[in-house]
Write a protein that binds this ligand. Structure first.
Ligand code: GAL
Length: 426
């Protein structure tokens, strides 16, 4: 059900029953701010809503549309500042520490110890979910960002017989797709999407170590060096395979262009798979997922998590606290982990589940994650709030998006601009 149909259903139900009557039997309410509004992602989050309602709680859905979550974060900040936070919100990575430091998050000690979270989660994940040694958020999934999505039918029509594994092969495929009249690379011109492409190129050209130096150490030499010039030169070339009317386009609309055979490829994290799944397409048959060319062996991760807020005086009732804890408990249970992640395109965040229940892309993701972990090639995604503060991320986004929208931008200058912007933001 898309957001509009869902809204229509809610409105028509509400006209049959006054809202208070609908909620009257609920033991408590949990309000959740998130940005999962595309067809496939809305279906995934509905799984959580249904399970919470099954436990007798009311789910108040406060979705804020906008891929990557910038709009949701703005809403969240305004609400927190005015003393009216939701019960739960999608907050990720290092950002959790910033919210924790403001004293706004509640601790999940009871639910996490009762349900053995320390045992279920890898240490990298559990450390990220803790502020000052206490869980303040529950992780729901692991997304991989360094993927390339391919429509094999379109490839065939353009005379391309295999998925590209290097940047040179990627450019060759782009040329053939263009010559055959397709959009080679579907893309939405939004800062987080631009930077998703950019970080993939950094990983491809600089390797796992260079990626770490650039986005974790924020090392000036790496940010301004020759390899970074190569990255921006490649970004310009890759931008040439996107269509000119891409400004503002949502990622799921770009995904639909590949699904519908208008475009050949998309560079996107595996939430893109949620759209293929929602369109009843089968991984490995109707579409292909391959590591972004040149990044084989590495895995850029993006872990979604729901942080729990201290409730405002008006909402701070035992029932509402119980509803919050219920969300936290359900989120790590196998039932939710399977169905949510199958719909969302991600893999479970706990590693004791049976991956044979997942499609070819899900299985490849789980295998590649384990391998990258062994070889120190697991990288936090910069574009998806895993590597830096939001301020530093914003500085990188600005430089990358300005670069991509300016045909005359100079690759030799962009790295230096990025380094100064990062310094100013730190
Ligand atoms: C990411 C988020 C994903 C997906 C994507 C597109 O930041 O982690 O779950 O929603 O944005 O909006």
């Amino acid at each position: 059900m898309n957001a509009i149909t869902r809204l229509a259903t809610v409105i028509s139900l509400a006209s049959l029953f006054p809202f208070s009557a609908l909620a009257a039997d609920a033991k408590g309410t949990v309000e959740v701010v998130h940005w999962w509004t595309s067809g496939g992602e809305a279906k995934a989050v509905k799984v959580l809503e249904n399970l919470v309602e099954k436990d007798g709680y009311e789910w108040k859905d406060s979705a804020v549309a906008g891929g990557g979550g910038a709009a949701a974060m703005t809403v969240l900040k305004t609400r927190a500042v005015s003393g009216n936070p939701p019960s739960a919100a999608q907050i990720k990575g290092p950002d959790l520490q910033e919210w924790g430091a403001l004293g706004l998050l509640t601790n999940l000690d009871e639910v996490s110890s009762q349900n053995n979270w320390d045992k279920l989660l890898s240490k990298t994940v559990s450390d990220t979910m803790k502020y000052d040694g206490h869980y303040v958020a529950v992780p729901v999934n692991i997304h991989r960002v360094n993927w390339l999505w391919i429509n094999p039918e379109v490839f065939k029509k353009a005379g391309i017989d295999k998925a590209p594994t290097t940047l040179e092969e990627f450019y060759a495929a782009g040329d053939k797709l263009r010559a055959a009249g397709f959009i080679p690379l579907a893309h939405g011109g939004q800062p987080w999407q631009d930077s998703t492409v950019f970080e993939n190129l950094v990983l491809s050209i600089m390797g796992a170590d260079g990626y770490k130096k650039a986005f974790i150490d924020l090392d000036e030499k790496t940010l301004t060096g020759e390899k970074m010039v190569e990255v921006f030169t490649a970004l310009k070339k890759v931008g040439g395979y996107m269509d000119e009317n891409r400004a503002g386009r949502d990622w799921n609309i770009a995904a639909a262009e590949v699904i519908n055979g208008k475009a050949g490829m998309q560079i996107m994290g595996d939430w893109a798979k949620s759209e293929w799944t929602a369109a009843d397409k089968v991984a490995g048959k109707d579409y292909q997922c391959v590591p972004f060319p040149g990044t084989q062996g590495s895995y850029t991760y993006n872990i979604d998590s729901l942080a729990m807020f201290k409730l405002s005086a008006k909402n701070n009732t035992p029932g509402n606290i119980a509803a919050q804890n219920d969300v936290a408990k359900i989120a790590l249970e196998p039932e939710f982990q399977y169905v949510f992640n199958q719909n969302k395109g991600s893999i479970p965040v706990r590693n004791d589940l049976d991956m044979s229940k997942f499609d070819a892309c899900g299985q490849a993701s789980a295998k590649d994650f384990a391998e990258a972990d062994k070889n120190a090639k697991l990288e936090p995604s910069m574009a998806h709030n895993m590597a830096t503060s939001l301020a530093v991320q914003g500085a990188i986004f600005d430089v990358v998006t300005n670069f991509m929208s300016d045909k005359n931008a100079d690759p030799a200058k962009a790295g230096k601009q990025m380094s100064s912007a990062i310094k100013a933001a730190r």
